[in-house]
Design a protein around this ligand. Structure first.
Ligand code: SF4
Ligand code: SF4
Length: 442
């Protein structure tokens, strides 16, 4: 892209002028709720973006910081009566802020290079890093360094990051799931399972459970070995160029025309995968295939309800139902408008009673890497979420995004108390897979 182009100026002007300044989105915006400052609201941010597009405002560090402060949770899009496409505005504004270089520093550039352009660009590299991290813990080095006070000698931030490092599974999806698995009897549907990147190394059990649930519902499951990161973290962090490269690579590896559906079990990935046609709109070679891809992409719960999933039979004897509550991942409820389907699955589970969580659709503060870049707001949202969950009395918390799962787990750990009294935080598809397995054991 040439230096004098501006992504906000290049936007269709109808997207920029949709906002009618009614303010109905303000009470749903976490950053506005935290500060009550107009600039930190959707309406305020859209005004800033429009001023940049109109040439009245330069991209400054303040503008970039404002866009970094926005969670990208899209709660404003659910509340907006005018249908403002805040997702497109936000992606363009973050990308433009990055392109302008106003926030650049050598350390920041290095972190972005290693994370976005190396680890998340090369699946083998992420898996290798995951295996090393697993070894670091399994061999006792982590416990040794922590116990020796080693991290207190380093800058405080490094110690904090070490404590926040994600859990790593011993075996990843390529070991747990065969390239093609067939259901008993004749397959009624042929689907692709996307295993994600963080989901793959931290929650490969969720991917195995998704495959099991699909098989139990008559789907032949293809899990391509060549799949790569979907690019959602790149878009969220203003790197549209790498995101487009990843989307093209995904489209080269998987032909959507061969399958009935492309299944994602991660809310953030699914929301982005459905926008490949938008990301590659200017690419004549890929635009058609990207449109077919977006059309075929389904969140796992959306797909299960669409095909009329089989409700698991109650194992006998049935005791007191276990209270389960549901935290809605932003990119499932706001990004994809999927709210009833996961609840339908949860209500079908024998032995569980679904209890609604107050503010279930409010962001938990995970938001990609937000908990790393904006720890104060992320912690405020996390603790608010934990308090809301606690008020339900549930001992199981279901949520369909790896980032939310990790953030809520950390919230309960930080809140302290007896570890045995903490709720289980789990993807709803794991609960459904467990119900099918229990049924099969009877
Ligand atoms: S995306 Fe979330 S944080 Fe950003 S303006 Fe909208 S509601 Fe507020
Ligand atoms: S984004 Fe929508 S809800 Fe918010 S002020 Fe603009 S028109 Fe109103």
């Amino acid at each position: 892209m040439s230096a004098d182009r501006n992504l906000l100026k290049d936007l269709d002007y109808s997207v920029l002028q949709q906002c009618m300044h009614c303010g109905l989105c303000l009470p749903t915006c976490p950053t506005y709720l935290e500060t009550r400052v107009e600039r930190h609201s959707p309406r305020g941010r859209i005004s800033l973006m429009r001023a940049v597009a109109d040439g009245e405002l330069e991209i400054t560090r303040t503008f970039a910081d404002e866009m970094a402060y926005c969670l990208g949770c899209l709660a404003c899009t659910t509340a907006c009566p005018a249908g403002v496409d805040y997702g497109t505005l936000f992606e363009s504004a973050r990308a433009e802020a990055e392109r302008s270089g106003v926030s650049a520093s050598p350390a920041r550039s290095l972190v972005r290079l290693v994370s976005l352009r190396f680890l998340l660009f090369r699946p083998w590299a992420l898996r290798l890093a995951g295996r090393l991290l697993w070894l670091y813990r399994a061999c006792g080095l982590q416990a040794l360094l922590r116990g020796s006070g080693f991290f207190s000698l380093l800058p405080r931030r490094i110690g904090e990051l070490e404590r926040q490092a994600i859990p790593i599974r011993r075996r990843f999806s390529d070991v747990l799931i065969a390239a093609v698995e067939r259901p008993p009897g004749e397959a009624r549907h042929r689907v692709v399972l996307l295993t994600g990147c963080i989901q793959d190394i931290a929650f490969s059990d969720v991917n195995r459970a998704t495959a099991d649930v699909l098989l139990a519902n008559g789907c032949e499951v293809t899990t391509p070995r060549a799949q790569s990161c979907c690019g959602s973290l790149h878009v969220h962090n203003g790197d549209l160029e790498t995101a487009a490269s990843l989307a093209r690579r995904q489209l080269d590896a998987i032909d959507p025309g061969r399958f009935d559906a492309i299944i994602s079990n991660s809310a953030g990935c699914g929301s982005h995968l459905k926008r490949y046609h938008h990301l590659l709109a200017g690419d004549p070679v890929y635009v058609e295939r990207a449109a077919a891809w977006s059309h075929k992409t389904r969140d796992i719960f959306e797909w299960l309800v669409e095909i009329g999933f089989r409700k698991p039979a109650a194992p006998a004897p049935v005791g007191e139902p276990s209270p389960v509550t549901y935290h809605e991942a932003c990119h499932l409820c706001h990004g994809q408008k999927i709210t009833s389907q996961p609840r339908e699955v949860l209500r079908s589970l024998p032995g569980f009673e679904l209890r609604e969580c107050p503010e279930s659709a409010m962001c938990c503060g995970s938001a990609g890497v937000y908990s790393l870049t904006q720890p104060k707001t992320a912690t405020w949202l996390r603790d608010r979420k934990v308090a809301n969950i606690r008020s339900t009395g549930a001992n199981v918390v279901a949520t369909a995004n790896p980032g939310c799962q990790l953030q809520i787990q950390q919230g309960f750990r930080a809140a302290g108390g007896d570890a045995r009294g903490q709720p289980r935080i789990v993807h709803p598809v794991v609960l459904l897979a467990e119900a099918y397995r229990a049924e099969a054991r009877r």
